[in-house]
Design a binder for this molecule. Sequence first.
Ligand SMILES: Nc1ncnc2c1ncn2[C@@H]1O[C@H](COP(=O)(O)OP(=O)(O)OP(=O)(O)O)[C@@H](O)[C@H]1O
Ligand SMILES: [Mg+2]
Length: 639
Amino acid sequence: MSDSQSTNTMRDEEYRGRLDLKLWGRIFGHTRPYLKQVIGLGGSGILLAGVETVTPSLVGLVIDEASMNGMTGRLVTYGVLYAAMLLFMCYLIWYFIVMAGQVVTGVGFDLRRKGFERLQELSFSYYDRHSVGWLVSRLTSDCSKLSSLMPWFCLDICWGLSLLCGITTAMLFRNWQLALMVLAIVPPLCIVTAFFQMRLLGTSRNMRRTNSMITSSFNEAIMGIRTTKALVREEANLDEFQVLSTKMHDYSFRNALHSAAYLPMVITLGSLGVGLALWRGGFLYDSAAAARTLGVSDAEGTLTLGTLIAFMQYAALFYMPIQELAQRFTDVQNAQAAAERVQSLLDTVPEIQDTPEVLAAIASSNGNGDSSMPLDGGDEVIKSIEFRNVSFWYKEGESVLDNFNFRVHAGQTIALVGATGGGKSTIVSLAARFYEPCSGEVLISGVDYRERSLHWLQSNLGVVLQAPHLFSGTIRDNIRYGRLEATDAQVEEAARMVNAHEFIMEMDEGYGSEVGEGGTLLSTGQRQLVSLARAVLADPQIFIMDEATSSVDTETERLIQSAIEAVLCGRISFVIAHRLSTIQRADVILVIEAGRITEQGSHEELMNKRGRYYTLYTRQFSREREASVLESSENGRSA
Ligand SMILES: Nc1ncnc2c1ncn2[C@@H]1O[C@H](COP(=O)(O)OP(=O)(O)OP(=O)(O)O)[C@@H](O)[C@H]1O
Ligand SMILES: [Mg+2]
């Protein structure tokens, strides 16, 4: 697990702030489209509590009726009423499960969709700060956790509070002395609940934090399995994993222990309430019965057997809502970190986006503003790109480009060469507006690109990287990715142009062959060729090739070279290559060292200058020549 990732995880999981009501207000705001269902849930909770409050009284009435008047016709009425209440309860349970299901799936769907939409809009800098695993967890487990928590919280709050109020009122109404006796169990019940819930909260947080670390370990172990095996790190990795696993075991054990201790204690307290009701109620009932036998009117003689049994049932019911309410509040506290992470993802404003002026210009040129190709009123054709006094850093204080200036015109190919880490990829990322300058400007046809539509610029880009990403699907789908309306013939033409056709036709399914997740079924060189074909087919005005053919053999590269030159004609192209033989024909070569241009000119000019480029080129050239001499002599020997 990388440092930043582990820090992220620790910070997230150690989030122990108080209940943030404002945050939860916003989270519960996501249930607004399902208001009908939420009201249904609350309503069914209250009705269910009503039925549960009435049932013990009804049982009491039946007992009194039977013991005083024997089997009468009223008993049948009570029986029918009881059955109707049971049926109604069944209906309520069915209803709230359906309502909760609708809210869980609906809110889950909305949160994931909004999160995915936001991820598509966010700038590269956001991805620099957040790992893939972290983001995937936000969209999967956090969204599920929140969407399943909300409906049950609403239901249980309404049900629990109503039931507590209902039982208390019913008991006080029937016999206030006995009621106070039963209510005596409430304070110890609350204390025990608070004590155990706090402990459960602590252990479950520790479990989650350790679980995140275990997930990361799995992730790293699977991704880096080749390196692990190559460096024989299996034993060491297993030892590291064992530490985490043991921690997880300890926390889980403690959590199970607390749960196991909590429930019997709560049930015991509930039974204590029943016992109190029976003990005190027994006395009352006894004295009332004696008074009745003697024909004496007794002040306390109103307690009947039915009332006593109803009280016992109320006492047995009391701990349930308290336990459920405590559980829901613990769930909310447990999920606060998830709520904070999901809401912060949704609230993140992309660092790079169209300014209000550009959006207004797009809206006025498009009428309704939702055209797939926003025309912002500016020039459609890109005539030049200019870096003017551009400085840039990824992290404050660690400058990557410093006061960088150059200009390129349509039809020109700019080659960027220089030592690793010099800033070449950063320059093309700035040209593509994947990042924006920290100071200075990038001008497109003389206009600061922040005054133009981002979508317009990026839909005119063709980018091919050293490690291109292919999407699961066929080779044909991948080439067509940037221009969905292209015909099969156009796809094939693009593939032929970059010399990819031959290897594609050698595959079992030709253009219909699957590339696997991320293109893993193809070699890196083949992925580069597919990616080049994709860029050629998209027909962009700006072509960016960052080590685009570095994994292709020199012969194929030479063949592609001439085809690419035809494609690049009339466009602006940036070519980054460590193999200098591939950029000799570039119009301008920039030698980049530590974020500055140290030399600039055509190949001939720079060779004549006998500076840095000359040294790099001659060294590489002699190495390549030595390699080819060695190869041909080996070939001769084997022949
Ligand atoms: N996303 C990033 N976040 C932070 N720093 C970065 C990031 N990308 C690059 N850097 C840093 O910026 C500097 C320039 O990197 P850049 O990738 O532009 O170099 P480069 O010239 O393309 O190197 P190479 O030839 O190896 O591809 C390096 O010091 C690098 O560590
Ligand atoms: Mg680079």
